[in-house]
Design a protein around this ligand. Structure first.
Ligand code: NAD
Length: 257
């Protein structure tokens, strides 16, 4: 099989949590452009439905399944919807996540639990939800959205909980990669830097924050969400068949300096 064929996702089926907007929407777009069928597993019905309709226009079969990624039964429904397309789940992208800027001393028990439930627990549940299917297939690719915040501590904002959740996602990724390599299941993460999406983009115009973030990024700009899609499609595809337990940093050079 040539490299072009290995990179293709034609006929493959995958799931993206939080695929309705932002980075998740861009990941869905990349997968669909490479030929995949995509299940948009999103909590927001409006953006989820819109994304699935737009993705279907690209040729594959894409469906929306209303999913709270912190709920295992919702994730099981997303897996069922993927299986209904062509009897397979080739890739799973655990992407849904939230931020919470707060000084550590002011974080309540509830703040901490909410952050961990979405950013960390949901990643484990998403991996567990596809495990049996991928094991039976003898093959599967799981991609978890981590962050450069799992590598470094961002400033000037305080976000200890977020940073910890993303560092944990990376180590969960490595742990599952080791446990599940024997079943042909690869598990990798992507660590974006500051991206020009709904979560972080607006802060580049904030006079207190924008200059700090720009100044710390060697490329001096936020990334565009679609600039992440190449990394995700590579990890989902057979072109990365010997890659597991790795974290793919896409941050304009931020973590180098
Ligand atoms: N934007 C950045 O600069 C940046 C940088 C590094 C990492 N990330 C990570 O990328 C991922 C996506 O972030 P984004 O910037 O696109 O954020 P976003 O807020 O624009 O999008 C997140 C999506 O997830 C959905 N979602 C939230 N909770 C959910 C749940 N419980 N179940 C299902 N869906 C849920 C939201 O409805 C939304 O569509 C997150 O994990 C985030 O931590 C973002």
């Amino acid at each position: 099989m040539g490299l072009m064929e290995k990179l293709s996702l034609k006929g493959r089926t995958g799931i993206v949590t939080g695929g309705g907007q932002g980075l998740g929407r861009a990941f869905c777009q990349g997968f669909a452009e490479m030929g995949a069928n995509v299940v948009v597993a999103e909590i927001n019905e409006e953006t989820g439905n819109r994304a699935a309709a737009e993705l279907s226009a690209l040729g594959g079969k894409s469906v929306f399944v209303r999913t709270d990624a912190t709920k295992r039964k919702d994730l099981d429904s997303a897996v069922k919807a993927a299986l209904a397309i062509d009897g397979r789940v080739d890739f799973m992208m655990n992407n849904a996540g939230v931020t919470d800027w707060k000084e550590a001393e002011n974080m309540s028990e509830g703040d901490w639990r909410k952050l961990m439930a979405i950013n960390l627990d949901a990643v484990l549940y998403g991996c567990q939800a596809v495990f049996e299917v991928m094991k039976k297939q003898g093959k599967g690719s799981i991609i978890n959205t981590a962050s450069m915040s799992g590598h470094i501590v961002n400033i000037p904002q305080c976000q200890a909980g977020y940073n910890v959740s993303k560092a944990a996602v990376m180590h969960l990724t490595k742990s599952l990669a080791v446990e599940w390599a024997q079943y042909g299941i690869r598990v990798n993460s992507i660590s974006p830097g500051y991206m020009n999406g709904p979560m972080a983009g607006k802060f580049f115009d904030d006079p207190k924050i924008g200059p700090v973030w720009r100044g710390m990024t060697p490329m001096r700009r936020p990334g565009e969400p679609e600039e992440l899609a190449g990394a995700a499609t590579l990890l989902a595809s057979d072109a990365s068949s010997f890659t597991t337990g790795s974290d793919y940093v896409v941050d304009g050079g931020f973590t180098c300096v």
